[in-house]
Design a protein around this ligand. Sequence first.
Ligand SMILES: *[C@@H]1O[C@H](CO)[C@@H](O)[C@H](O)[C@H]1NC(C)=O
Length: 275
Amino acid sequence: MLGLLLLQVLASCLWLGHSEVVKSFEECPQFFYAETTPNDALNPKNPALICQRFNNSYHYATLYDRDRRIPVYSAYKYQPGDAKKPPEWWMVEPQLIDKNSIPDMERDWILIEQKKFTSDQIKESQAVHNDYKGLKGLDRGHLSPSGHQFSRESMMATFTLTNVVPQDRSLNKGEWNAYELKTMSKKTKGCKTTYVITGAVPGNTYIAEERVNRPSHIWSAACCLGDEEPKDAWGAIAENNKNEVEELSLKELEKRLTELYGGTVTLFSSACPRK
Ligand SMILES: *[C@@H]1O[C@H](CO)[C@@H](O)[C@H](O)[C@H]1NC(C)=O
């Protein structure tokens, strides 16, 4: 009996080593400034921590809400470049299905045809391609956007359904897109490294036969490092039903999120300016 228990403990330790749905973000701390993650106030009841792995390497980190089948946030380093637009291979996360030895995100048909998963298994564990089909006025809105990545590989890694939420189309194609491209490029002038956390506040409505939550707000926060030390930080938030983005300080954003999530929210290390 004890032997069996030990075996189980050992087995779960071994899983820690190579899975990408992880117990803590210790497997991929590089996407958080000072290896500091947002505090627990954002945590959903049934979370999955994902070190987003594609083609054998990590590209960003996502906190996923298994019940609502949307990400809570994705965290990454802002590294835009001029790589050619990659093919849009929409992927899913095998490790949300069960504990298995497939560490990379993958296209669903490959999991079905080559790895013997069923489409029901995939659908039960996460949002799938079909959930976003034929939606009126809603896009698959990236939290970690491909336009903030310089390599083709990292860009491709953003096309996974664990990194998107149902986002108002006019907002996604309009002001949010302008914030991601123009505002971010302006504000990061003189930043050697910029860490970004972009998230979605769960809403009261669902799409796809009540499977996938439609967030009430989309938000983003950035902490900009000069040489080594943070020198600037800022935030943005948008209601997910109109084409309007409000820019604010990190402190103001944390305050707003504290009201929306109902618990004190801290997004970045205290070294990032709250002014
Ligand atoms: C995957 O990694 C290999 C080896 O590093 C590289 O040659 C290849 O270009 C990568 N594939 C993509 C799609 O980036």
